[in-house]
Design a protein around this ligand. Structure first.
Ligand SMILES: NC(=O)c1ccc[n+]([C@@H]2O[C@H](COP(=O)([O-])OP(=O)(O)OC[C@H]3O[C@@H](n4cnc5c(N)ncnc54)[C@H](OP(=O)(O)O)[C@@H]3O)[C@@H](O)[C@H]2O)c1
Length: 334
Protein backbone atom coordinates (compact mmCIF):
# COMPACT_ATOMS: atom_id res chain seq x y z
CA UNK A 1 0.00 0.00 0.00
CA UNK A 2 1.32 3.45 -0.91
CA UNK A 3 0.53 6.62 0.99
CA UNK A 4 0.30 9.99 -0.77
CA UNK A 5 0.82 13.21 1.18
CA UNK A 6 -0.80 16.22 -0.47
CA UNK A 7 -1.91 19.78 0.17
CA UNK A 8 -5.51 20.99 0.24
CA UNK A 9 -7.28 24.27 0.87
CA UNK A 10 -10.54 24.28 2.84
CA UNK A 11 -11.76 27.75 1.82
CA UNK A 12 -11.30 30.43 -0.82
CA UNK A 13 -8.82 33.03 0.47
CA UNK A 14 -9.34 36.80 0.34
CA UNK A 15 -6.21 38.81 -0.37
CA UNK A 16 -2.77 37.26 0.11
CA UNK A 17 -3.39 33.76 1.52
CA UNK A 18 -2.26 32.96 5.06
CA UNK A 19 0.17 30.06 5.45
CA UNK A 20 -2.50 28.33 7.59
CA UNK A 21 -4.80 28.06 4.55
CA UNK A 22 -2.76 25.11 3.31
CA UNK A 23 -3.32 21.75 5.01
CA UNK A 24 -1.01 18.79 4.57
CA UNK A 25 -3.03 15.58 4.46
CA UNK A 26 -2.41 11.96 3.69
CA UNK A 27 -4.33 9.14 2.07
CA UNK A 28 -3.75 5.58 0.97
CA UNK A 29 -3.75 5.26 -2.80
CA UNK A 30 -6.08 2.68 -4.39
CA UNK A 31 -4.77 -0.17 -6.56
CA UNK A 32 -3.70 1.01 -10.01
CA UNK A 33 -6.32 0.65 -12.73
CA UNK A 34 -5.46 -0.37 -16.29
CA UNK A 35 -3.69 2.52 -18.04
CA UNK A 36 -2.64 4.24 -14.80
CA UNK A 37 0.81 5.00 -13.42
CA UNK A 38 2.09 5.84 -9.94
CA UNK A 39 4.76 8.51 -9.77
CA UNK A 40 7.15 9.53 -6.99
CA UNK A 41 7.58 13.27 -7.43
CA UNK A 42 11.08 14.73 -7.13
CA UNK A 43 10.35 18.33 -8.10
CA UNK A 44 7.23 20.47 -7.71
CA UNK A 45 6.52 23.73 -9.50
CA UNK A 46 4.73 26.62 -7.82
CA UNK A 47 3.41 29.31 -10.15
CA UNK A 48 1.58 32.64 -9.79
CA UNK A 49 -1.48 31.42 -11.76
CA UNK A 50 -2.26 29.00 -8.90
CA UNK A 51 -3.56 31.97 -6.90
CA UNK A 52 -6.40 32.31 -9.41
CA UNK A 53 -7.32 28.66 -8.97
CA UNK A 54 -7.73 29.24 -5.21
CA UNK A 55 -10.48 31.83 -5.70
CA UNK A 56 -13.26 29.36 -6.52
CA UNK A 57 -14.04 31.09 -9.82
CA UNK A 58 -13.67 29.37 -13.18
CA UNK A 59 -11.51 31.35 -15.56
CA UNK A 60 -9.53 29.68 -18.34
CA UNK A 61 -8.89 26.88 -15.87
CA UNK A 62 -11.04 25.09 -13.28
CA UNK A 63 -10.67 26.29 -9.67
CA UNK A 64 -9.07 23.97 -7.09
CA UNK A 65 -11.68 21.78 -5.42
CA UNK A 66 -11.90 22.48 -1.69
CA UNK A 67 -10.46 19.73 0.53
CA UNK A 68 -9.16 17.80 -2.48
CA UNK A 69 -5.51 17.40 -3.53
CA UNK A 70 -4.27 20.59 -5.19
CA UNK A 71 -2.65 20.35 -8.60
CA UNK A 72 0.38 21.82 -10.30
CA UNK A 73 3.34 21.05 -12.49
CA UNK A 74 5.58 18.27 -11.17
CA UNK A 75 8.40 16.02 -12.27
CA UNK A 76 8.84 12.51 -10.99
CA UNK A 77 9.72 8.91 -11.63
CA UNK A 78 7.23 6.14 -12.34
CA UNK A 79 7.29 3.61 -9.51
CA UNK A 80 4.47 1.38 -10.73
CA UNK A 81 2.77 1.15 -14.11
CA UNK A 82 -0.23 -0.48 -15.73
CA UNK A 83 0.25 1.55 -18.92
CA UNK A 84 1.55 -0.20 -22.02
CA UNK A 85 4.05 2.53 -23.04
CA UNK A 86 5.21 3.77 -19.63
CA UNK A 87 7.48 1.72 -17.40
CA UNK A 88 8.93 1.83 -13.93
CA UNK A 89 11.89 4.24 -13.81
CA UNK A 90 10.60 6.54 -16.58
CA UNK A 91 10.83 10.22 -15.68
CA UNK A 92 7.75 12.25 -16.53
CA UNK A 93 6.21 15.69 -16.13
CA UNK A 94 2.55 16.02 -15.23
CA UNK A 95 0.05 18.11 -13.26
CA UNK A 96 -0.12 15.94 -10.11
CA UNK A 97 1.90 18.35 -8.00
CA UNK A 98 1.45 19.68 -4.44
CA UNK A 99 1.97 16.04 -3.33
CA UNK A 100 4.72 13.47 -2.99
CA UNK A 101 3.14 10.52 -4.80
CA UNK A 102 0.74 10.99 -7.72
CA UNK A 103 -1.48 8.44 -9.40
CA UNK A 104 -2.66 9.40 -12.88
CA UNK A 105 -3.88 7.99 -16.13
CA UNK A 106 -0.91 7.53 -18.47
CA UNK A 107 -2.48 9.97 -20.94
CA UNK A 108 -1.89 12.74 -18.40
CA UNK A 109 1.90 12.39 -18.19
CA UNK A 110 4.64 13.37 -20.64
CA UNK A 111 8.05 11.70 -20.88
CA UNK A 112 10.95 14.17 -20.77
CA UNK A 113 12.22 15.42 -24.14
CA UNK A 114 15.70 14.20 -25.09
CA UNK A 115 17.67 17.36 -24.22
CA UNK A 116 20.76 17.23 -22.04
CA UNK A 117 19.74 19.49 -19.14
CA UNK A 118 18.97 18.85 -15.46
CA UNK A 119 15.45 17.35 -15.32
CA UNK A 120 13.89 20.20 -13.32
CA UNK A 121 14.57 22.52 -16.28
CA UNK A 122 11.46 20.90 -17.80
CA UNK A 123 9.40 22.68 -15.13
CA UNK A 124 11.06 26.03 -15.87
CA UNK A 125 13.06 27.29 -18.81
CA UNK A 126 12.17 24.25 -20.96
CA UNK A 127 8.73 23.77 -19.43
CA UNK A 128 5.51 25.75 -19.17
CA UNK A 129 7.16 29.10 -18.17
CA UNK A 130 9.74 28.80 -20.96
CA UNK A 131 7.07 28.02 -23.54
CA UNK A 132 5.13 31.03 -22.27
CA UNK A 133 8.09 33.35 -22.79
CA UNK A 134 8.80 31.99 -26.27
CA UNK A 135 5.17 31.89 -27.44
CA UNK A 136 4.42 35.36 -26.06
CA UNK A 137 7.33 36.93 -27.88
CA UNK A 138 7.33 35.05 -31.14
CA UNK A 139 3.69 34.11 -31.73
CA UNK A 140 1.73 36.78 -29.84
CA UNK A 141 3.95 39.88 -30.10
CA UNK A 142 5.55 38.79 -33.42
CA UNK A 143 8.87 40.17 -32.29
CA UNK A 144 11.23 41.77 -34.83
CA UNK A 145 14.96 42.39 -34.33
CA UNK A 146 14.37 46.14 -34.73
CA UNK A 147 11.94 46.27 -31.77
CA UNK A 148 12.57 47.92 -28.44
CA UNK A 149 11.08 45.52 -25.90
CA UNK A 150 9.99 46.09 -22.31
CA UNK A 151 9.56 43.03 -20.08
CA UNK A 152 8.20 43.20 -16.53
CA UNK A 153 9.18 40.67 -13.82
CA UNK A 154 12.17 40.25 -16.12
CA UNK A 155 14.27 38.14 -13.79
CA UNK A 156 11.52 35.60 -13.06
CA UNK A 157 10.88 32.23 -14.70
CA UNK A 158 9.04 33.63 -17.73
CA UNK A 159 10.66 37.07 -17.86
CA UNK A 160 14.27 35.92 -17.69
CA UNK A 161 13.88 33.73 -20.78
CA UNK A 162 11.82 36.37 -22.63
CA UNK A 163 14.49 39.00 -21.91
CA UNK A 164 17.37 36.81 -23.10
CA UNK A 165 15.54 35.61 -26.23
CA UNK A 166 14.70 39.19 -27.20
CA UNK A 167 18.29 40.31 -26.56
CA UNK A 168 19.71 37.44 -28.62
CA UNK A 169 17.40 38.40 -31.48
CA UNK A 170 19.06 41.83 -31.53
CA UNK A 171 16.30 43.83 -29.84
CA UNK A 172 16.96 46.62 -27.37
CA UNK A 173 15.60 45.14 -24.14
CA UNK A 174 14.50 46.82 -20.92
CA UNK A 175 13.47 44.70 -17.96
CA UNK A 176 11.87 45.62 -14.65
CA UNK A 177 12.85 43.81 -11.46
CA UNK A 178 12.31 44.38 -7.77
CA UNK A 179 15.81 44.04 -6.31
CA UNK A 180 19.30 45.35 -6.96
CA UNK A 181 20.64 41.81 -7.30
CA UNK A 182 18.04 40.96 -9.96
CA UNK A 183 18.75 44.17 -11.88
CA UNK A 184 22.50 43.49 -11.83
CA UNK A 185 21.85 40.00 -13.22
CA UNK A 186 19.85 41.53 -16.08
CA UNK A 187 22.41 44.23 -16.78
CA UNK A 188 25.19 41.63 -16.94
CA UNK A 189 23.21 40.12 -19.84
CA UNK A 190 22.94 43.37 -21.80
CA UNK A 191 19.42 44.20 -20.59
CA UNK A 192 18.68 47.68 -19.26
CA UNK A 193 17.06 47.26 -15.86
CA UNK A 194 14.57 49.45 -14.03
CA UNK A 195 13.19 49.20 -10.49
CA UNK A 196 9.42 48.78 -10.26
CA UNK A 197 9.32 49.55 -6.52
CA UNK A 198 8.86 53.28 -7.18
CA UNK A 199 5.82 55.48 -7.70
CA UNK A 200 4.25 55.57 -11.15
CA UNK A 201 5.92 58.87 -12.12
CA UNK A 202 9.39 57.60 -11.16
CA UNK A 203 8.83 54.40 -13.17
CA UNK A 204 7.74 56.48 -16.17
CA UNK A 205 10.87 58.65 -15.87
CA UNK A 206 13.18 55.63 -15.56
CA UNK A 207 11.52 54.04 -18.58
CA UNK A 208 11.87 57.21 -20.65
CA UNK A 209 15.59 57.29 -19.83
CA UNK A 210 16.04 53.60 -20.65
CA UNK A 211 13.99 53.79 -23.89
CA UNK A 212 14.23 57.34 -25.27
CA UNK A 213 13.15 55.93 -28.65
CA UNK A 214 9.93 54.50 -27.13
CA UNK A 215 8.76 50.89 -26.71
CA UNK A 216 7.47 48.72 -29.57
CA UNK A 217 6.64 45.58 -27.59
CA UNK A 218 5.61 45.30 -23.94
CA UNK A 219 5.70 41.78 -22.48
CA UNK A 220 3.31 42.30 -19.56
CA UNK A 221 3.68 40.16 -16.45
CA UNK A 222 2.63 42.44 -13.60
CA UNK A 223 -0.02 45.13 -14.34
CA UNK A 224 -0.45 48.16 -12.05
CA UNK A 225 1.93 51.14 -12.39
CA UNK A 226 4.20 49.22 -14.80
CA UNK A 227 1.37 48.90 -17.30
CA UNK A 228 0.58 52.59 -16.99
CA UNK A 229 4.25 53.47 -17.54
CA UNK A 230 4.41 51.12 -20.51
CA UNK A 231 1.31 52.66 -22.11
CA UNK A 232 2.96 56.09 -21.86
CA UNK A 233 6.15 54.78 -23.48
CA UNK A 234 4.56 52.74 -26.28
CA UNK A 235 5.19 53.78 -29.87
CA UNK A 236 2.34 53.97 -32.39
CA UNK A 237 1.22 50.51 -33.53
CA UNK A 238 3.07 48.87 -30.61
CA UNK A 239 2.10 45.41 -29.37
CA UNK A 240 1.39 44.43 -25.78
CA UNK A 241 1.43 40.69 -25.05
CA UNK A 242 -0.51 40.32 -21.79
CA UNK A 243 0.96 37.25 -20.13
CA UNK A 244 0.13 37.98 -16.49
CA UNK A 245 -0.82 40.66 -13.96
CA UNK A 246 0.66 39.39 -10.71
CA UNK A 247 0.13 42.72 -8.89
CA UNK A 248 -3.62 42.04 -9.08
CA UNK A 249 -3.80 38.37 -8.09
CA UNK A 250 -4.27 39.06 -4.36
CA UNK A 251 -6.62 42.00 -4.67
CA UNK A 252 -9.83 41.62 -2.65
CA UNK A 253 -11.56 44.22 -4.83
CA UNK A 254 -10.55 45.32 -8.31
CA UNK A 255 -8.50 48.53 -8.35
CA UNK A 256 -8.89 51.23 -10.99
CA UNK A 257 -7.37 50.47 -14.36
CA UNK A 258 -4.54 52.46 -15.91
CA UNK A 259 -5.57 56.12 -16.19
CA UNK A 260 -4.01 56.30 -19.65
CA UNK A 261 -5.75 53.24 -21.18
CA UNK A 262 -6.93 55.54 -24.01
CA UNK A 263 -3.36 55.19 -25.36
CA UNK A 264 -4.50 51.85 -26.82
CA UNK A 265 -6.70 53.89 -29.13
CA UNK A 266 -4.62 56.99 -29.73
CA UNK A 267 -1.45 54.97 -30.43
CA UNK A 268 -3.37 52.21 -32.29
CA UNK A 269 -1.87 49.53 -30.03
CA UNK A 270 -2.59 45.81 -30.22
CA UNK A 271 -3.06 44.41 -26.70
CA UNK A 272 -3.49 40.63 -26.65
CA UNK A 273 -4.00 38.43 -23.62
CA UNK A 274 -2.83 34.85 -24.10
CA UNK A 275 -2.70 31.50 -22.31
CA UNK A 276 0.33 29.43 -23.10
CA UNK A 277 -1.24 26.08 -23.93
CA UNK A 278 -3.62 27.61 -26.48
CA UNK A 279 -0.76 29.26 -28.37
CA UNK A 280 1.97 26.67 -28.05
CA UNK A 281 -0.20 23.75 -29.20
CA UNK A 282 1.41 22.35 -32.35
CA UNK A 283 4.57 24.43 -31.81
CA UNK A 284 6.13 22.32 -29.04
CA UNK A 285 8.83 20.77 -31.24
CA UNK A 286 9.71 24.20 -32.68
CA UNK A 287 10.12 25.48 -29.11
CA UNK A 288 12.36 22.57 -28.06
CA UNK A 289 14.40 22.82 -31.27
CA UNK A 290 14.95 26.57 -30.93
CA UNK A 291 15.39 26.97 -27.17
CA UNK A 292 16.65 23.51 -26.11
CA UNK A 293 20.16 23.82 -27.61
CA UNK A 294 20.58 27.36 -26.25
CA UNK A 295 19.82 26.13 -22.73
CA UNK A 296 21.94 22.99 -23.11
CA UNK A 297 25.03 24.94 -24.31
CA UNK A 298 24.61 27.71 -21.72
CA UNK A 299 23.82 30.53 -24.20
CA UNK A 300 20.59 30.99 -22.25
CA UNK A 301 21.13 31.16 -18.51
CA UNK A 302 18.45 30.17 -16.10
CA UNK A 303 18.25 30.39 -12.34
CA UNK A 304 16.26 28.44 -9.80
CA UNK A 305 15.19 29.18 -6.25
CA UNK A 306 14.69 25.88 -4.46
CA UNK A 307 12.73 25.15 -1.28
CA UNK A 308 13.42 21.78 0.31
CA UNK A 309 10.68 19.31 1.23
CA UNK A 310 6.96 18.91 0.53
CA UNK A 311 6.07 20.83 3.72
CA UNK A 312 7.63 23.99 2.23
CA UNK A 313 5.41 24.02 -0.89
CA UNK A 314 3.01 26.72 0.37
CA UNK A 315 5.95 28.85 1.56
CA UNK A 316 7.52 28.60 -1.89
CA UNK A 317 4.22 29.61 -3.48
CA UNK A 318 3.67 32.60 -1.16
CA UNK A 319 7.26 33.79 -1.70
CA UNK A 320 6.41 34.47 -5.37
CA UNK A 321 4.36 37.46 -4.24
CA UNK A 322 7.27 38.87 -2.23
CA UNK A 323 9.67 38.54 -5.15
CA UNK A 324 11.97 36.25 -3.13
CA UNK A 325 12.59 34.00 -6.13
CA UNK A 326 15.35 34.45 -8.64
CA UNK A 327 14.29 32.60 -11.74
CA UNK A 328 12.04 29.57 -11.37
CA UNK A 329 10.62 28.77 -7.94
CA UNK A 330 10.76 25.04 -7.27
CA UNK A 331 10.33 22.58 -4.42
CA UNK A 332 12.68 19.61 -4.21
CA UNK A 333 11.42 16.37 -2.67
CA UNK A 334 13.59 13.39 -1.65
N1 LIG B 1 -0.44 33.54 -19.78
C1 LIG B 1 0.14 32.39 -19.45
O1 LIG B 1 -0.13 31.34 -20.04
C2 LIG B 1 1.13 32.39 -18.32
C3 LIG B 1 1.94 31.25 -18.07
C4 LIG B 1 2.92 31.35 -17.06
C5 LIG B 1 3.02 32.52 -16.30
N2 LIG B 1 2.19 33.55 -16.55
C6 LIG B 1 2.30 34.82 -15.81
O2 LIG B 1 3.61 35.31 -16.02
C7 LIG B 1 3.99 36.10 -14.90
C8 LIG B 1 5.35 35.62 -14.40
O3 LIG B 1 5.22 34.28 -13.95
P1 LIG B 1 6.50 33.47 -13.46
O4 LIG B 1 6.09 32.07 -13.26
O5 LIG B 1 7.63 33.77 -14.36
O6 LIG B 1 6.76 34.12 -12.03
P2 LIG B 1 8.11 34.79 -11.56
O7 LIG B 1 8.31 36.01 -12.39
O8 LIG B 1 9.19 33.77 -11.54
O9 LIG B 1 7.80 35.19 -10.06
C9 LIG B 1 6.95 36.22 -9.77
C10 LIG B 1 7.70 37.58 -9.72
O10 LIG B 1 6.77 38.63 -9.88
C11 LIG B 1 7.23 39.79 -9.24
N3 LIG B 1 6.14 40.37 -8.46
C12 LIG B 1 5.49 39.80 -7.41
N4 LIG B 1 4.53 40.63 -6.96
C13 LIG B 1 4.59 41.75 -7.74
C14 LIG B 1 3.86 42.98 -7.77
N5 LIG B 1 2.86 43.22 -6.90
N6 LIG B 1 4.19 43.91 -8.70
C15 LIG B 1 5.20 43.68 -9.58
N7 LIG B 1 5.93 42.53 -9.60
C16 LIG B 1 5.61 41.59 -8.69
C17 LIG B 1 8.39 39.37 -8.34
O11 LIG B 1 9.61 39.82 -8.93
P3 LIG B 1 10.27 41.24 -8.54
O12 LIG B 1 11.31 40.99 -7.51
O13 LIG B 1 10.80 41.71 -9.84
O14 LIG B 1 9.17 42.11 -7.99
C18 LIG B 1 8.34 37.85 -8.37
O15 LIG B 1 9.61 37.27 -8.25
C19 LIG B 1 2.88 35.96 -13.88
O16 LIG B 1 2.02 37.07 -13.98
C20 LIG B 1 2.16 34.71 -14.30
O17 LIG B 1 0.83 34.67 -13.88
C21 LIG B 1 1.26 33.51 -17.54
Amino acid sequence: MTQSRYFTIGEHPEGLPERSLFQLESRELPELKDGEVRIRNHWLSVDPYMRGRMSGVKTYVEPFELNQPMEGGALGEIIESRHKDLKEGDRVVHMGGWRDVAQLDGSQVQPLPDIDVPPQAFLGVLGMPGMTAWAGLTLVAELEASDTVLISAASGAVGSLAAQLAHQKGCTVIGSAGSQEKREWLEARGIKAIDHHQDADAIKKALKEAAPQGVDVYYENVGGPMLEAALDAMNDFGRIAVCGMISRYNESAPSAGPANIAAVLTKRLRMQGFIVHEWVKGHEQEFYQQVGPLVADGSIEYRETVEEGLERTPDAFLALFEGSNQGKMLVRLD
